[in-house]
Design a protein around this ligand. Sequence first.
Ligand SMILES: CC(C)(COP(=O)(O)OP(=O)(O)OC[C@H]1O[C@@H](n2cnc3c(N)ncnc32)[C@H](O)[C@@H]1OP(=O)(O)O)[C@@H](O)C(=O)NCCC(=O)NCCS
Length: 143
Amino acid sequence: MEIQKASIRDLNALRKLEKESFDKDAWPLFDLIAVLTFPDVIRLKAVEDGLMVGFAAGDPRPSQGWGWIATIAVDPRFQRRGIGRSLLHACEGELGVPKVRLTVRLSNRAAISMYEHEGYATVDIWQAYYNDGEDAMVMEKWL
Ligand SMILES: CC(C)(COP(=O)(O)OP(=O)(O)OC[C@H]1O[C@@H](n2cnc3c(N)ncnc32)[C@H](O)[C@@H]1OP(=O)(O)O)[C@@H](O)C(=O)NCCC(=O)NCCS
C-alpha cells in the first residue's frame, strides 16, 4: 500500500468510496470535486495494486493555528489493516499546523477508537450537527 497525492482524476474512485463508506453522509458531487481541486486542500489516497482503497483530506487553517481532517475513509474490504492510521498520519504531517481537529458522529465507534488511539481528545460536542440530528464530537490533537 502506498500513500499518494490525489487529484481530479480520482473523482470516480472517490465517489464509489464515499458511497460505500458513508452512506447517508456521503458528500454530494460538488463537494467531491471541490476537495479534489480547491487550492490548499490536502488530498491523499491509499493505493493498492493501482486502485484507490482509501482517501483522506485536510483543510489547513494556519492563521487559526490548526487544521481540520475533513474526511477519511477506507474501502470496507481493506479496513483493519492500518490504512486509516497511515492516511491520518500522512494528512497530519502535510497540514503543517501544530494542532489538528476533526468531527465524528457520536455513534461511530470505529473512527472514535482510531482517533483515541492516535492521541485525539474530545474538546466539544456540536448538537444535531448531522442531517439526521445526531451530535458530533469535536476531537483535537496537538502534533
Ligand atoms: C474509520 C476508518 C477510516 C478506519 O480505517 P481502518 O483502515 O480500518 O483503520 P486502521 O486499520 O488503521 O485501524 C486503526 C485503529 O482504529 C481502531 N479501529 C479501526 N476500526 C475499528 C473497528 N471497526 N472497531 C474498533 N476499533 C477500530 C483500532 O484501534 C485500530 O487499531 P488496531 O487495528 O491495531 O486495533 C474506517 O473504519 C472507515 O473508513 N470507516 C467509514 C468512514 C468513516 O467513518 N470515517 C471517519 C469519519 S469521522
